[in-house]
Design a protein around this ligand. Structure first.
Ligand SMILES: [Zn+2]
Length: 387
């Protein structure tokens, strides 16, 4: 007999009200269940999160049937205002797989399911004990806390509490600098504005690893830049299993405007204004399987970055690029944090988006390392004689 655990850090749904038992080893999971009514990617039928644990108390393996009911047709009016997922087929094209593995293991098995309307069905062999099931490899609040903790004793890193989220979780700034006495430009790296986008956290870890590396390019970068990393910009959304927002109907903190009194937004904006970045890298992941993205980088920088980037073809992906928007503030009054930093501090910026499908956490860390290395090399060599 199998049972389902939810309600832990990063699970979605967060309550057994979002789980229905269909048999001894068959369940239907409703990932858009929320504790209170949600909107956009936290609204019914539009969620971008899924994570639960399956407990097998038997002494032998048990095959379970997991139906994931994404409830596309149950979305309310206005659900697609900010969504690019225009049809049920497109929405489900990204939801025909899940990843499974034992807790605290970084090697996930991709399981391919069958899709009927907006229900994806997976047959999974569950070993005795606990198995985690997620849509994308998970990276929850505790994991973020452990990563920050691991940096505390590093001689090049300083960990500082920026403030707290709406529910009192920690929001950190990690500063990486060799503290030499010369002018350095502030460089901001931001991850997890969007709660489900665990790829951003692994890219962030890969970037931090590079910045602490003792190779000469990284050392030269530490001479020229002072790095500030805000590793988890929306910890409540991450911990509470949300898709994008700080609460089910809360704030999307990728937007600097309109101004909000959401406590997570307030803490984040205070942190950004203190850093006054000259360069902003904002880390996200898309739900698309075959595309990695670079959004908001100017054309010449993007072209030069190509020479330093690894191929993503072996993961079945290609790059999708878009330059900076001509409009700093959108007609409806919204402004991204990157645009805000461009307007306020003259910052260059880019949002990197990785697609998970087929990748393991170590692959996404490696991508982060290559991306920050490339971005810094482009800047380092920008004015070189042979430009
Ligand atoms: Zn995002």
């Amino acid at each position: 007999m199998l049972s389902i655990d939810v309600g832990f850090d990063g699970s979605c749904p967060q309550s057994l009200e979002g789980v229905r038992r269909d048999g001894e080893s068959a369940f239907t999971i409703f990932p858009s269940w929320r504790a209170s009514p949600g909107i956009t990617e936290d609204g019914i039928g539009r969620t971008t999160r899924l994570g639960f644990r399956v407990r097998n108390d038997a002494s032998t393996s048990v095959t379970g049937t997991m139906h994931i009911d994404w409830q596309y047709g149950d979305a309310g009016p206005g659900a697609d205002r900010y969504s690019a997922i225009a049809t049920c087929e497109l929405y489900m094209a990204h939801r025909d797989f899940c990843v499974v593995g034992p807790p605290d293991d970084e090697q996930w098995e991709y399981v391919i399911g069958n899709v009927t309307a907006s229900v994806s069905t997976f047959e999974v062999v569950f070993e005795p004990g606990i198995t985690e099931v997620h849509w994308h490899p998970d990276y929850n609040y505790s994991r973020g806390e452990a990563f920050v903790e691991s940096l505390r004793d590093h001689p090049l890193a300083t960990v500082e509490l920026l403030g707290n989220s709406g529910e009192g979780r920690n929001m950190w700034r990690v500063r990486i600098s060799d503290d030499r006495d010369c002018a350095r430009k502030p460089f901001l790296i931001l991850a997890r504005s969007h709660a489900y986008e665990s790829g951003g956290s692994y890219m962030m870890e890969g970037m931090v690893n590079y910045l602490l590396d003792d190779n000469p390019w990284a050392a030269a970068a530490r001479r020229d830049w002072e790095f500030h990393i805000i590793p988890m910009a929306n910890p409540d959304g991450v911990a509470n299993g949300l898709g994008k927002l700080t609460t089910p109907a809360g704030r999307d903190v990728q937007w600097a405007l309109p101004v909000s009194d959401d406590p997570t937004y307030v803490t984040l904006m205070q942190g950004v204004k203190r850093v006054k970045p000259a360069y902003v890298v904002d880390l996200h992941n898309w739900q698309t399987k075959g595309v990695d993205g670079a959004v908001g980088m100017d054309a010449e920088r993007w072209q030069r970055l190509q020479e330093f980037l690894p191929s993503v073809r072996s993961f079945g992906k290609r790059w999708w690029w878009r330059g900076p928007s001509d409009t700093l503030i959108l007609p409806d009054g919204r402004q991204t944090l990157r645009s805000f930093c461009r307007e306020r501090f003259g910052a260059h910026g880019v949002a990197f988006e990785c697609g998970w499908f087929g990748r393991q956490p170590e692959d996404v860390r490696a991508l982060g390392t290559e991306l920050i290395r490339g971005v810094l090399l482009v800047e380092e060599q920008w004015d070189s004689t042979y430009r």
